[in-house]
Design a protein around this ligand. Structure first.
Ligand code: DON
Length: 585
C-alpha cells in the first residue's frame, strides 16, 4: 500500500525554510510570477506544523483551538473550545442553538467514537405540522418560524465530548468564547456584510435586530467592536453549571418563553429531556485505509462508505481526476446512493435503517451491476434498492489533530445561515431551522431538493435526517486525515471527492480541496459542477446522456492530515475567511 502524499517543497511554503533545494525553487518561481500571472502566484497552500493543527472556517476560532492546544489541552478540548467560540465569531453556522456531529479518534483507540448531538423534534411535533389546509407544505412554517426550530443539541454534544475525552477544566474551554462575547471582537468585514445582507430577514425579529445591529438600528462597520453580552451570560451559565446551565434554569426558561410568545413548540420539558448520544461509528475501508464517519441520523457515513464500496473495483487513478469516465462512474454511484437515501435513512431510534446492508460490499457489487460505463442511467428508471437482503451478517466543519495523534472531525449547523434568523430574546442565541430537514410530506423536497418518506417523517422527539459527514481516515490504527464540509446534500459527495483526490489521485490536501467538484443526488437528475471542469469532459458527459448544470460552489472542506514529520492543514477558500493554524515548538 502506498502512503498518502507527503509535504514537499513545491506545495508547502513553510518547508521552504528547511530545504535549500526549495529556496532555489522559490527564487525561480518569484522570477516567473509575472509571466505565470497573479492567480497561480496566489495558489493557496497547506499549512505545515509539527505539534498539531486546527482547520476551521473562521480565523479567530482556529486561533482559539490552537491556544487551547498550547495550554496543554488535547484535540477534544480544542474542538470543544472552537465549537463554543464559533457560536460567537461565526454566527451564521457556529451555534449554541443548533446541532451536529462529532467524531473523535483518540490515539491508540481501536475505533473512533461518534457523538450525535443532532436537534430533536419537540414533544408536540406531528407528521403533518407543516401542511396547510390544502395539504401543501408551508415553507415559512418549516424554515423561518419558531415552529422550524428543533430542540438544540450543540451544548449537550460539546459537553459530552469534553466530559468523556477532555483534559482541561470546563471553565478553561469556555473561557475564550466568553471573552469573545463579553469583551467583543473587531467586526470582520465578511460578517458585517453577511449580517447587513440579511437585514430584511432579521427585521421580523426585534430580539435578533437588538443583537446584531446597534441600538439605533445601524449596522456595525468592519473593524468596530462587536459585543454580545446576552450570549456571554449564557456561556457563563454553561461554564458554571454545565449541561444544566443551558437545558434548565434561566437559559431554558428564556428559550421556552420566546417559543410561547411566538407559537413555537419547544418547552422547558423538551429542553430538560435533551441528551446527546454516543452511537456506533460507520466503518468501511478503501484501498487499505480505514474510513470512519457518522452513523444515522446522518446519512453521511452510510452513503460515503456505500459509494466508496461501489468505486473500489474501478481503476479511478488510471482514468484520471475529473476525466469523463471518472466523473460518469462517480455520478452513477452518487445517483444510486442518494436513491437509497430517500427511502432507507432516518433517525435509528425511530426507523430501522439497514446500515449493514447498505454498507455491505455485496450490495455495492449488485448496485454497480447495472451501471453502463458509456451511458447515464435516467433517474426515473432507477428506484431505491433493497439492501435488507444483506442484513445477516450554512453548516460549518472543523478538523483538529494534536501532537499525540488524537483527532476530531466536527460538523455542526443551524441549517440555513443563521438558521431561522430568530434570536431567542435575552439569550443572544440564534435558533436553528433543522425541522426543515424532515420530510414534511412524501415526495416533497426539502431546501436541498432531497426527497424522503416514512423513514424521515416528523415525529415527537425524532431527529431529522442529516447529510453532515465528519470523517476520519486512518491507516494501521492511527488517524491520518480528518475532514468534512457544509453544503447540505452536497456534503457527502464533497467528502467523497476529497478522499478520492488524496487516495486515488495522490493530491496534497490544498490541491485536493481546490479541485473543481461535482455532485449528483438522484433527483433532480442533473450533474451540478463547479467552474474549471474541462470543456471536452463536459461534452463527453453530455454524449453519455448527462445533463449538466453549473453552480457556484459545492461544499467547503476543512481538513487536517498527519504526514511524516508533522501535520498539514487546509481551509477551503470557497465560502469564508477560514484558516488552518498549526502549533509549532
Ligand atoms: O444536516 C444537514 O444535512 C443540513 N441541515 C446541513 C445544512 C448545511 O450544510 C448548510 N450549509 N451550507
Amino acid at each position: 500500500m502506498k502512503s498518502l502524499p507527503q509535504p514537499d517543497c513545491r506545495t508547502h511554503s513553510d518547508l521552504w525554510k528547511r530545504c535549500g533545494r526549495c529556496l532555489h525553487a522559490l527564487l525561480l518561481s518569484m522570477f516567473f510570477v509575472g509571466a505565470i500571472g497573479a492567480a497561480q502566484a496566489q495558489q493557496p497552500q497547506a499549512v505545515f506544523a509539527t505539534k498539531g493543527m486546527v482547520a476551521s472556517a473562521e480565523a479567530l476560532a482556529s486561533q482559539v483551538g490552537v491556544d487551547i492546544l498550547k495550554a496543554g489541552g488535547n484535540a477534544v478540548d480544542s474542538a470543544v473550545a472552537v465549537g463554543f467560540a464559533m457560536a460567537v465569531t461565526f454566527p451564521r453556522a457556529g451555534n449554541l442553538g443548533g446541532g451536529g456531529f462529532m467524531l473523535v479518534r483518540m490515539a491508540g483507540a481501536a475505533a473512533s467514537v461518534a457523538i450525535d448531538y443532532r436537534e430533536k423534534a419537540p414533544l408536540a411535533a406531528t407528521s403533518t405540522m407543516f401542511l396547510d389546509a390544502a395539504g401543501a407544505v408551508d415553507k415559512d412554517l418549516s424554515r423561518f418560524r419558531h415552529t422550524s426550530v428543533g430542540v438544540p443539541g450543540t451544548v449537550a454534544g460539546l459537553l459530552l465530548a469534553h466530559r468523556r475525552f477532555g483534559r482541561l477544566p470546563r471553565a478553561a474551554v469556555l473561557a475564550p468564547a466568553i471573552a469573545l462575547a463579553e469583551n467583543g471582537f473587531a467586526m470582520p468585514a465578511a460578517l458585517a456584510e453577511s449580517l447587513q445582507g440579511r437585514r430584511q430577514r432579521f427585521a421580523r425579529w426585534p430580539a435578533t435586530m437588538a443583537v446584531i445591529f446597534k441600538a439605533d438600528g445601524t449596522a456595525y462597520r468592519a473593524g468596530e467592536l462587536f459585543r454580545q453580552p446576552d450570549l456571554a451570560a449564557v456561556l457563563k451559565r454553561i461554564a458554571a453549571a454545565g449541561h444544566a446551565g443551558f437545558y434548565s434554569g434561566t437559559t431554558a426558561a428564556l428559550i421556552a418563553a420566546d417559543m410561547r410568545r411566538h407559537g413555537g413548540l419547544i418547552t422547558q420539558v423538551d429542553l430538560a429531556a435533551y441528551q446527546a448520544v454516543i452511537r456506533p461509528v460507520i466503518s468501511g475501508s478503501y484501498r487499505g485505509y480505514q474510513i470512519e464517519a457518522m452513523p444515522p441520523p446522518s446519512s453521511g457515513g452510510v452513503h460515503l462508505v456505500q459509494m466508496l464500496n461501489m468505486l473500489t473495483p474501478f481503476p479511478i487513478a488510471d482514468w484520471g481526476h475529473n476525466q469523463a469516465p471518472t466523473i460518469h462512474l462517480m455520478v452513477e454511484v452518487m445517483r444510486r446512493a442518494y436513491a437509497d437515501r430517500s427511502q432507507h435513512l432516518g433517525d435509528p431510534d425511530f426507523w430501522s435503517v439497514p446500515v449493514a446492508g447498505l454498507t455491505d460490499r455485496r450490495y455495492a457489487a449488485r448496485l454497480i451491476g447495472n451501471i453502463d460505463l458509456q451511458k447515464a442511467t435516467p433517474s426515473d428508471s432507477l428506484q431505491p434498492g433493497r439492501p435488507q437482503a444483506y442484513e445477516s451478517p450554512e453548516t460549518t466543519h472543523y478538523s483538529i489533530i494534536d501532537a499525540a495523534g488524537n483527532a476530531v472531525s466536527n460538523t455542526y449547523t443551524l441549517n440555513f445561515r443563521y438558521g431561522t434568523g430568530i434570536v431567542a430574546a435575552g439569550t443572544g442565541i440564534f435558533l436553528n431551522n433543522e425541522m426543515d430537514d424532515f420530510s414534511a410530506k412524501p415526495g416533497s423536497p426539502n431546501a436541498y431538493g432531497l426527497l424522503g418518506g416514512a423513514a424521515n417523517a416528523i415525529a415527537a422527539e425524532k431527529r431529522p435526517l442529516s447529510s453532515m459527514t465528519p470523517t476520519i481516515v486512518s491507516r494501521d490504527g492511527a488517524a491520518v486525515l480528518a475532514t468534512g464540509s457544509p453544503g447540505g446534500s452536497r456534503i457527502i459527495t464533497s467528502v467523497l471527492q476529497m478522499i478520492l483526490n488524496v487516495i486515488d489521485h495522490r493530491m496534497d490536501i490544498a490541491t485536493a480541496t481546490g479541485a473543481p467538484r461535482f455532485h449528483h443526488q438522484w433527483w433532480p437528475d442533473h450533474i451540478r459542477y463547479e467552474a474549471g471542469l474541462d470543456e471536452a469532459v463536459k461534452t463527453a458527459l453530455r454524449q453519455r446522456g448527462h445533463t449538466l448544470k453549473k453552480v457556484k460552489a459545492l461544499g467547503s472542506l476543512h481538513t487536517v492530515m498527519r504526514v511524516k514529520h508533522g501535520f498539514l492543514g487546509f481551509s477551503d477558500r470557497r465560502r469564508s475567511r477560514g484558516q488552518a493554524i498549526g502549533v509549532d515548538d
